[in-house]
Design a protein around this ligand. Structure first.
Ligand code: ATP
Ligand code: MG
Length: 391
C-alpha cells in the first residue's frame, strides 16, 4: 500500500488569527513555485493544512524541497482514505506491516466531529487488529512505530512518518529588506536566512569598475538565480562605487579607509532602502570576522543610518556559514575567484576601534554627499527571475 499524499502543517502562522488566510495563500503560492518541476503533483489548500497528492512521484525529493520552505512546521507522509471504520482498520494494518520495528502505538485525532466514533474508541478498535495480525507489541512510551489517524472532513489520514519543516514565516509576509550583496560566501547565506523569516529581499551591490570586472555581476546573477528558488524575482541594484572609493583614499589615512568606505555603503543602502520601501538594511556581517566587523567598528559605521540593520550571521562562525552555503548550493558560486572592491583596497592595518570624531573629520574633507547622489543616479537595475511565474 502506497502513501498517496503529503500533509503540510503550518508553523508559527497559526497564531496570526485574522491574517491566517493571507499567510496560507502566500505559503501555498510559494510551495507551488518551489515544486513546479514536478508537473504531476496536485495541490490542495485547506484551512488547517496544505495537501499534495503524490501521483507516483517519489516523496523524498519533494519533502527535501519542502523542508527549505519557510512557514512549514512539519510534513507528514500520509495515506488518505474515506472515513469508514472498516477501511481505517484495514489500511492501518497494511501500513503498519510495511514498517520495521517490534512495538507500536496508535494515536487518533477526530477533527470531523460528525464522524460517529470518538478518537479513543477508534484507537480501541484499530489496535487489536494490529495485535491480532502481526507480532507487534504495544509500547505507549517509546514505540518503534507511531501510527497516527486523523479523521477530517475530507477523509481520514493515516501516517507513521513526519519530517521537520524549516519553521518561520512564508516569504512575502514580513516586508522587504535592502540586502548588501557582495558575491562572497556570507551575504547569500544572509539572504537565505532572512527569506526564511518571511522577509523579501532586494539587493544592492557596490561595483568598482575598472578594478572589478563584469565577472562579479555574472556571479551575482548566478547566486540570485539559486535564491530564486525561495524568491521568484529579485531586484539587483548595481551602484558605481569607484569614484567614492578613490576619494576616500585621497582624503583619509589608509587605516580609516575601510571604516569610511563602509559608512558610504551604509549611506547608499539607507537611501536606496527608503526609496524602494524597504523596512531594513541587511548584510552578511558577522561579529569579529574582520576589522570592520568588531562591535566598535559596527557602532561607528552604523551611525550613518537610522534604519534597522539586520545581520542574520552576526553570531555565526565561518564554518557554520560555509555549511549552510554548501547546503543551499551557493558555495560553489561564491568561491569563484573575483575581485571585490574590498579586496582591491585592502589596507594593512585597518582600525578595529575607529573613533567617530576622526572618521567625521576625514569625511568632511570631501563632498561625499554629491558623490552619493551621483552614484545613485547612475545605478544599473536588473531583475533576476527564475522564470515568468507571477508572484
Ligand atoms: P561575504 O561576507 O559575502 O562573504 P566578504 O566577506 O567579502 O563577502 P565582507 O568584507 O565580510 O564581505 O563584508 C561584509 C558584508 O558587507 C557582506 O556580507 C555584504 O553584505 C556587504 N558587502 C561587502 N562588500 C560589498 C559590495 N561590494 N557590495 C555590496 N555589499 C557588500
Ligand atoms: Mg564576510
Amino acid at each position: 500500500m502506497k502513501y498517496n499524499y503529503l500533509m503540510i502543517r503550518f508553523g508559527e502562522l497559526s497564531t496570526k488569527g485574522k491574517n491566517k488566510k493571507n499567510f496560507i495563500s502566500q505559503l501555498y503560492k510559494n510551495i507551488k513555485h518551489a515544486l513546479k518541476e514536478f508537473s504531476t503533483l496536485e495541490f490542495e489548500e485547506r484551512y488547517d493544512h496544505i495537501y499534495i497528492k503524490l501521483n507516483d512521484n517519489h516523496y523524498e525529493k519533494v519533502v527535501e524541497i519542502l523542508q527549505d520552505i519557510s512557514g512549514i512546521k512539519a510534513i507528514s507522509l500520509v495515506y488518505r482514505l474515506e472515513s469508514d471504520i472498516e477501511k481505517i482498520k484495514e489500511a492501518s494494518l497494511e501500513l503498519v506491516k510495511q514498517e520495521e520495528g517490534k512495538t507500536f502505538k496508535v494515536n487518533c485525532k477526530r477533527a470531523d466531529k460528525s464522524f460517529p466514533i470518538i478518537s479513543d474508541d477508534i484507537v480501541r478498535m484499530v489496535a487489536p487488529v494490529i495485535l491480532k495480525n502481526t507480532s507487534l507489541k504495544v509500547d505507549v512510551h517509546h514505540p518503534d512505530i507511531n501510527l497516527s489517524i486523523e479523521v477530517r472532513n475530507e477523509g481520514t489520514y493515516i501516517f507513521c512518518h513526519t519530517f521537520e519543516g524549516a519553521g518561520g514565516y512564508p516569504l512575502g509576509v514580513g516586508g522587504k529588506a535592502m540586502m548588501m550583496l557582495s558575491g562572497g560566501i556570507d551575504s547569500p547565506v544572509a539572504c537565505y536566512l532572512l527569506m526564511k523569516r518571511g522577509v523579501m529581499i532586494e539587493c544592492i551591490h557596490f561595483a568598482s569598475p575598472p578594478y572589478t570586472q563584469m565577472g562579479v555581476i555574472y556571479k551575482l546573477e548566478d547566486l540570485l538565480k539559486i535564491l530564486n528558488k525561495y524568491q521568484a524575482r529579485i531586484v539587483l541594484h548595481i551602484i558605481p562605487f569607484t569614484r567614492l572609493q578613490e576619494e576616500i583614499y585621497k582624503h583619509a589615512p589608509e587605516s580609516y579607509a575601510i571604516t569610511i568606505m563602509r559608512r558610504m555603503m551604509y549611506r547608499l543602502a539607507d537611501r536606496l532602502a527608503k526609496q524602494r520601501n524597504c523596512l531594513a538594511i541587511a548584510n552578511g556581517e558577522s561579529v569579529g570576522q574582520v576589522a570592520s566587523q568588531t562591535l566598535a567598528s559596527m557602532k561607528t559605521i552604523n551611525e550613518v543610518t537610522n534604519m534597522p540593520v539586520i545581520r542574520p550571521l552576526a553570531t555565526y562562525d565561518k564554518l557554520e556559514i560555509i555549511k549552510i552555503s554548501e547546503r543551499i548550493k551557493t558555495y560553489e558560486i561564491s568561491i569563484r575567484p573575483y575581485e571585490d572592491c574590498c579586496t582591491i583596497f585592502d589596507p594593512k592595518n585597518p582600525k578595529t576601534h575607529p573613533k567617530l570624531d576622526d572618521v567625521e573629520r576625514y569625511e568632511n574633507r570631501f563632498d561625499y554627499e554629491s558623490m552619493i547622489k551621483e552614484a545613485l543616479s547612475n545605478e544599473e537595475v536588473k531583475a533576476i527571475n527564475n522564470e515568468d511565474i507571477e508572484f
